[in-house]
Write a protein that binds this ligand. Structure first.
Ligand code: ZN
Ligand code: ZN
Length: 94
């Protein structure tokens, strides 16, 4: 297997998540674990480009968790609905 960035012969490759090239460890600028199964890898080329670097830095474990639909905590405590409505008086008196 050959690294698509530096053409070095490698036995194991990483995949850059921004240019989708198979690269060697030497060409990996940075990588981080997002979850047990997900890893984010950025190569040195993409690191030098501001948009992809920002994207890489902005992608965190927290931000990926936010995308998951099954997250508890938002639906709890409906404080706004429970508050008694003092201001509104039903128009019974005539
Ligand atoms: Zn390489
Ligand atoms: Zn890349």
């Amino acid at each position: 297997m050959i690294c698509e960035r530096c053409s070095r012969d490698i036995y194991k490759n990483e995949k850059c998540d921004y240019c989708s090239r198979k690269i060697c460890f030497n060409c990996v600028k940075s990588s981080k674990r997002l979850s047990k199964t997900t890893r984010l890898v950025i190569c040195k080329d993409c690191w030098s480009k501001m948009p992809s670097r920002k994207k890489y830095k902005g992608t965190t474990l927290a931000s990926t968790e936010m995308k998951m639909p099954e997250r508890e905590g938002f639906g709890e405590r409906p404080q706004f609905d429970r508050r008694p409505q003092f201001g509104k008086r039903p128009p019974f008196k005539r």
